[in-house]
Design a protein around this ligand. Structure first.
Ligand code: PRP
Ligand code: URA
Length: 222
C-alpha cells in the first residue's frame, strides 16, 4: 500500500448504505478482540458474539409475513421472516462470524466461499466454492471480519451476483476507509454493516489499529 492514497475516516463516513455499529456492547467486545493478549479460544468466541450482534443489526429491514398461531390461551396473528436467508462465510476468517449469525437465525443456508489474499500482490484468489445453483432466498449476507483493500469483498459480491441473488449485504468486523470506499463504489446496491471503521492500511495492507490477522487469531495458526 506504500504510496497509494487512502481516504480518511471522515471522507467515507458519509457513504450511502454504510452502517457502522454504535452499540456500547459492541465497543466493549471490540476492545477485547483487538487486545493482542486475547488468546485464540476467547478470540473465536468474541468473533461469534460480534457476529450475533451484527446479524441483529443487519437484519433490521428483513421482510416479514403474517403467521396465524395458537397460544395456550387463544389464536393470534404473529410474524415470521419471509423467504430464506443465506450467509456466505468468506473462508476462512468468515467462519466464526457465520457461526454467530446462525445463533440469531438458526435456519440460514450457509454457502462457503474460499478466497485467499496473496500476501505480495494483495489480490484475492478463489480456491473453494460451494454456492448452490438453485437460489430462492430473500437476501444473502457475505461475512468476513476484515475489509482491508476491499479486493476479497468485491470479488465475493461479484461471485454472488452471478448467482442472481436479488439482495446482497456485506457484514464485517473492521473496515479500513480505503476498502470501504472501494466496496461501496464497486457495489453501490448493497448494504455494508461493520462493527468499526479504523484509521488506515499500513504498508503491508493490514488494517491499523486493527486486530492483526483475523484468520490466524481465530484458529491459532501463527
Ligand atoms: C483476510 C480477511 C479477508 C481479506 C481482507 O483473509 O479475512 O478475507 O484478508 O483483505 P482485502 O480486503 O485486502 O481483500 P486472508 O486472505 O488472510 O485469508 P484467511 O481468511 O484464510 O486468513
Ligand atoms: N486481513 C486480516 O486478517 N487483517 C488485516 O488487517 C487485513 C487483512
Amino acid at each position: 500500500m506504500q504510496g497509494v492514497p487512502q481516504p480518511t475516516r471522515d471522507e467515507v463516513l458519509k457513504l450511502p448504505r454504510v452502517h457502522i455499529s454504535s452499540h456500547p456492547v459492541m465497543a466493549h467486545k471490540m476492545t477485547l478482540l483487538r487486545n493482542k493478549n486475547t488468546p485464540p479460544p476467547q478470540f473465536y468466541q468474541l468473533v461469534k458474539e460480534i457476529g450475533s450482534l451484527l446479524a441483529y443489526e443487519a437484519t433490521e429491514n428483513l421482510a416479514l409475513e403474517k403467521s396465524e398461531i395458537e397460544t395456550p390461551l387463544q389464536s393470534t396473528t404473529g410474524y415470521r421472516l419471509a423467504g430464506g436467508i443465506g450467509v456466505t462465510p468468506i473462508l476462512r476468517a468468515g467462519l466464526g462470524l457465520a457461526e454467530g449469525f446462525r445463533q440469531v437465525i438458526p435456519d440460514v443456508q450457509v454457502w462457503h466461499l474460499g478466497l485467499r489474499r496473496d500476501e505480495e500482490t494483495l489480490q484475492a484468489m478463489e480456491y473453494y466454492n460451494r454456492l448452490p445453483h438453485q437460489v430462492d432466498l430473500q437476501v444473502v449476507y457475505a461475512v468476513d471480519p476484515m475489509l482491508a483493500t476491499g479486493g476479497s469483498a468485491i470479488d465475493a459480491i461479484n461471485i454472488l451476483k452471478r448467482r442472481g441473488i436479488p439482495r446482497l449485504s456485506y457484514l464485517g468486523i473492521i473496515a479500513a476507509p480505503y476498502g470501504l470506499q472501494r466496496l461501496a463504489q464497486a457495489h453501490p446496491d448493497i448494504d455494508i454493516y461493520v462493527a468499526a471503521l479504523d484509521e488506515s492500511l499500513n504498508d503491508m495492507g493490514y488494517i491499523v489499529p486493527g486486530l492483526g490477522d483475523a484468520g490466524d487469531r481465530q484458529f491459532g495458526t501463527f
